[in-house]
Design a binder for this molecule. Structure first.
Ligand SMILES: *[C@@H]1O[C@H](CO)[C@@H](O)[C@H](O)[C@H]1NC(C)=O
Ligand SMILES: *[C@@H]1O[C@H](CO)[C@@H](O)[C@H](O)[C@H]1NC(C)=O
Ligand SMILES: *[C@@H]1O[C@H](CO)[C@@H](O)[C@H](O)[C@H]1NC(C)=O
Ligand SMILES: [Cu+2]
Length: 250
């Protein structure tokens, strides 16, 4: 069998199950509905920015990379203490090869500042990321496989020293199962973070979205089915380092 044929076989579940995204958030142990894609926005009220369907984004320069398509503002905010845990539920997520990355962006000091902030630009810092956890690129355990094994749930912690204010929370899955065609799956939520910290990520932690992913990034544009890539045991997550909140204050 040719590698192309194999690649097509492995790419198939993508078409059959129609991909996915974040359905719900557990914010400080309380479940909150996401936006329900495929349904009209009328009658919905969510903490999540609106997205139209489960399709991946493959254009690294499109504005929809920020908070999906159309990414229009959420009606609600989740008020949460800095240091709290947030879990995202990816009901039925079908892909197990690729990283999970959790980003935030400061909208402003008002509790509803995200309602006038579209997120495009150099505002984004990572609060968590996880890539290849063990084994090889082709056969090993990736963060997305781990997320599936953990009942389709991924947890991350808001840095405890993060300055109070309104923030976008952006979960991103990058699926790597289609050769040389990384698929990006971003969804955003509106948060109002409360706390007494004054932590602000330094410039070296910030990335532009769109802009952070490049079409010539070798860790994203790879073919997991062929050597030497398939038996590699290291895979580096592109973009800035994670901001943990400690020691990086303004
Ligand atoms: C999860 O989100 C979906 C989609 O918006 C919604 O229908 C469902 O009620 C939510 N479940 C919980 C527990 O929030
Ligand atoms: C945000 O606004 C800027 C300026 O109007 C625009 O260029 C950009 O495409 C917008 N981004 C989104 C995600 O709508
Ligand atoms: C998986 O998580 C979802 C969302 O919280 C929940 O509704 C479901 O009961 C969980 N399933 C199991 C087997 O724990
Ligand atoms: Cu898919």
């Amino acid at each position: 069998m040719s590698f192309l044929f194999l690649s097509i076989i492995f790419a198939l579940p993508c078409l059959v199950f129609g991909h996915g995204g974040v359905w719900n958030y557990s914010i400080a142990n309380e479940w909150r509905p996401g936006f329900f894609p495929y349904y009209p926005a009328e009658g919905q009220s969510s903490t999540q920015r609106h997205w139209i369907d489960f399709s991946p984004i493959t254009d690294v320069e499109t504005p929809t990379l920020v908070c999906n398509n159309p990414g229009s503002y959420a009606e609600e905010y989740a008020t949460v203490a800095a240091g709290a845990e947030i879990a995202a539920y990816y009901k039925g997520w079908p892909h197990d090869i690729g990283p999970v990355i959790v980003w935030m962006a400061y909208c402003g000091s008002e509790p509803t500042s995200c309602s006038s902030f579209n997120g495009t630009g150099r505002h984004w810092f990572k609060i968590a990321q996880s890539g290849l956890l063990s084994g090889t690129v082709r056969e090993g355990l990736w963060a997305q496989g781990q997320m599936i094994a953990n009942n389709y749930t991924w947890s991350a912690t808001i840095p405890e020293t993060l300055k109070e204010g309104a923030y976008l929370l952006r979960h991103e899955l990058v699926a790597l199962h289609v050769p040389f065609t990384p698929e990006f799956y971003p969804e955003c939520a509106h948060l109002y973070v409360q706390g007494s910290g004054n932590g602000v990520p330094g410039d070296e932690f910030l990335a532009s979205i769109p802009g952070v992913w490049k079409d010539d990034e070798p860790e994203l544009h790879l073919d997991i089915y062929t050597e030497p890539t398939s038996s590699r045991t290291e895979w580096a997550i592109p973009g800035p380092r994670v901001w943990s909140g400690s020691g990086d204050t303004e």
